[in-house]
Design a protein. Structure first.
Length: 153
């Protein structure tokens, strides 16, 4: 059941309508600045793990690789998207980001391997913290609003 919810979120929020550009309207972000309460040590650990296992595909600083990540490659898979403000990672709550890292790409969507059993849960959380640190304040505020909504019962 969790996998079906995950698949729906990825398909619905992921590739279909995400062009990477934040399109914030007056009602999209809170009027106040969102204070990032990220642990600098966790972000640094996440950067180290990212550079070891994620950089080759997702690029330095999460900027992706040359070419359009929204166009299927010759094998019929989507290339790895940027993880900064340039793609759709910020459209997903933390739980979904962690699930993608744990389980890999949905069958037929991409080529990301599952990192469950290869990275510890802490390493995966650290990588997500690092990815969030790449987002601009505007994007982080939009993400935070969505994250809060995803945690509501």
């Amino acid at each position: 059941m969790k996998w079906k919810i995950f698949a729906t979120l990825v398909v619905g929020l992921g590739l279909a309508g995400c062009d990477g550009a934040p399109s914030a309207g007056p009602d999209d972000a809170d009027e106040t600045v969102v204070e990032r309460k990220q642990d600098p040590a966790q972000v640094a650990r996440g950067k180290a793990v990212y550079e070891k296992v994620c950089l080759e595909c997702h690029g330095a600083g999460g900027k992706g690789q040359p070419g359009d990540w929204r166009i299927l490659d010759a094998d019929g898979h989507f290339p790895p998207p940027p993880l900064d403000d340039g793609a759709h990672a910020w459209h997903h709550p933390t739980a979904v980001l962690l699930e993608v890292i744990r389980e890999g790409s949905l069958q037929g969507q991409g080529k990301m391997p599952a990192w469950k059993g290869k990275l510890t849960e802490q390493e995966m959380q650290d990588v997500v913290a690092y990815i969030k640190s790449l987002w601009s304040d505007e994007v982080y505020a939009l993400w935070w609003k969505m994250e809060r909504q995803s945690l509501e019962p």
